[in-house]
Ligand binder design. Structure first.
Ligand code: PEP
Ligand code: MG
Length: 593
């Protein structure tokens, strides 16, 4: 590469995932693990291989003891005791004997022998349906990756939590649990090679208000740490070594956005009411209790989706009922009388718990997740439902089940709710006897058979993120097929209409809590299709409200009628954009610098 190419301005395009503009130095987080070497070892060198193994065991032990010491200082002895299990793995005679004898009998290097042993061992343990053994498999995985790093002289992945200077993070991918821990004083923005607008990492970035671009191919190889970057999260542009001219133009764009923000702020406390007088409920999606402040400051009518998964990840044990109760109660108490809809655990897909190893599945999004998991893992479900019920004593809590595919799941889950209500009554613990229960409509079967679900719940909330991926068979995380992920596809819109119609027939309300609800360009379409509540990341609420306050329902209904007989998703999108831009031009005038 020439000096000019290294230092001159370059512009890369990705998928805009979280609005905002930032500039700073790149911090490129490389994760690709080098492959495990495999080689034959001469007879004379075998003792040296055994010695390397012993040294690695020793070093790993010292490291674990050090981590244990730090954890017991920072947390408590109980949390630190989980490392006892890791130390036991290192002393396991089966491990030591098997690896040693593989090295000697097959004359192979220690890395290859160790890898073979741990793969076989963890696969066997994970396949057994026993929570204790599955945990041992997790211990084994943790310890073995540490030991392998020591054998190969690899450093552990640089931990995003130990950044010392503000930067823009560039990486192949970020998991939802990593994004939940981002320190937004230091992470000014981030760019990932993988991902899409509806990945949970992108969702988290929007709620943390960190500008982000996803799906930017080869970003971590194209960009070097320390390079000056300008990240435009509105349009998905990453400018490397921006010229003075680009900095000037972006400065102007920032000022124009600031003036829109001012306009939006002035309507923050006003209701979301159309020009013809129809009131729309605008709720917030939250992931953590710390989001309460944003719910209040952006003027939400309540919480339409509390994604409880984040209470379960980034930790080594399940949250107890008490811990969950405190979290749910703090949100309910802070926001009452505004409603708080708590979604039961939607584990799976791209959200995994750090400590609970779910057997690997070929198709995790179609697998053992969400309500399917909860209905089988009774103790997990019990702790959560009891915690939600106890928080409902504040009278503003509702329960929502994710990934409902048929009415029988609602009946089973409702039976558990009734059972735990009985328990709480006998324990004299207060709760809301009339707590409302709703279902997410995010699987096509639920949308098509919405009548049978509507009889059994008090509300629907359409999860368009999943509904789109399941109805179009387009993985919501796969950037290679992002262009096929089409919210305005006629089939998706007909499923939404089938859901709102069923809700209307049964006298219940129907909202949308997927990311489609936060796109003001699509607001008229959703309202025209009969949706009466929109639940979105709190920072996106003002722009959607701004648009609603300029909309006439006649226009929205006309657009929806057009969409329901149109064959082309693109044409529907164009019409939707045209209507939104006509009624609220100032919202969209700044899309590019
Ligand atoms: C959805 O699928 O639209 C939704 C809101 O749920 P999640 O994004 O958490 O899967
Ligand atoms: Mg979903």
């Amino acid at each position: 590469m020439t000096d000019q190419a290294q230092t001159g301005e370059r512009v890369y395009k990705g998928i805009p995932a979280s609005a905002g503009i930032c500039q700073g130095k790149a911090f490129v987080l490389h994760r690709t693990q080098s492959p495990i070497p495999r080689r034959e070892v001469a007879e004379a060198d075998l003792p040296q291989e055994i010695h390397r193994f012993e040294q690695a065991l020793l070093l790993t032990r010292q490291q674990i003891l050090e981590v244990q010491r730090k954890v017991s200082q920072a947390l408590n002895a109980q949390e630190a005791s989980i490392f006892d299990a890791h130390l036991l793995v290192l002393e396991d005679p089966t491990l030591i004997d098997s690896v040693t004898s593989m090295i000697l009998s097959r004359k192979i290097n220690v890395e290859a022998a160790f890898q073979e042993f741990t793969d076989k061992y963890t696969a066997t343990l994970s396949a057994i349906d026993d929570a204790y053994l599955r945990e041992r498999a997790t211990d084994m995985r943790d310890v073995s990756s540490r030991l392998m790093n020591n054998l190969m002289g690899r450093h552990e992945n640089t931990d995003l939590q130990h950044l010392s200077q503000p930067c823009i993070v560039i990486t192949e991918d970020l998991s939802p649990s990593e994004s939940a821990l981002l320190d937004h004083k230091l992470v000014l923005g981030f760019v990932t090679e993988a991902g899409s607008k509806t990945s949970h990492t992108a969702i988290m970035a929007r709620s943390l208000q960190i500008p982000a671009i996803v799906g930017l191919k080869d970003a971590s190889t194209k960009i070097k740490s320390g390079t000056h970057l300008l990240l435009d999260g509105y349009n998905g542009s990453l400018i490397v070594n921006p010229t003075d001219q680009s900095l000037f133009e972006y400065g102007q764009l920032i000022r124009r956005h600031a003036s829109i923000e001012e306009k939006l702020q002035s309507i923050q406390s006003l209701p979301a009411i159309t020009l013809c007088g129809k009131t729309i409920t605008l709720s917030a999606n939250i992931e953590q209790t710390s989001d309460i402040a944003a719910v209040k400051s952006f003027g939400a009518d309540g919480v339409g989706l509390f994604r409880t998964e984040y209470l379960y990840i980034n930790r080594d044990s399940m949250p107890t009922e008490e811990e969950q109760f405190l979290a749910y109660h703090s949100v309910a108490a802070a926001l009452k009388p505004a409603p708080v809809i708590i979604r039961t655990l939607d584990l799976g897909g791209d959200k995994f718990m750090s400590h609970l190893q779910i057997p690997q599945e070929m198709n995790p999004f179609l697998g053992w997740r969400a309500i399917r998991f909860c209905l089988e893992e009774r103790e997990v479900f019990r702790a959560q439902l009891r915690a939600i019920l106890r928080a409902s004593a504040e009278r503003n809590v509702k329960i929502m089940y994710p990934m409902i595919s048929s009415y029988s799941e609602i009946e089973k889950a409702n039976a558990f709710v009734e059972e735990y209500k009985c328990e709480l009554r006998s324990e004299n613990l207060p709760f809301d006897e009339n707590i409302e229960v709703g279902a997410m409509i995010e699987i096509p079967s639920a949308a098509v058979a919405a009548d049978s679900l509507a009889k059994r719940v008090k509300f629907f909330s359409i999860g368009t993120n999943d509904l789109i991926q399941y109805s179009l068979a387009v993985d919501r995380l796969n950037e290679r097929i992002a262009q096929l992920y089409e919210p305005t596809h006629p089939a998706v819109l007909r499923l939404i209409k089938s859901t709102t119609d069923a809700a209307q027939r049964h006298g219940i309300w129907c909202g949308v809590c997927g990311e489609m609800a936060g796109d003001p360009l699509l607001t008229p379409l959703l309202l025209g299709l009969g949706v009466t509540e929109l639940s979105i990341a709190a920072p996106l609420l003002p722009q959607v409200k701004f648009l609603i306050r300029r909309l006439k329902m006649d226009d929205a209904c006309e657009l929806a009628a057009f969409a329901l007989q149109c064959e082309s998703g693109r044409e529907i999108l164009e019409r939707s954009h045209a209507l939104a831009r006509r009624i609220a031009p100032s919202l969209f005038e700044n899309d590019t610098p």
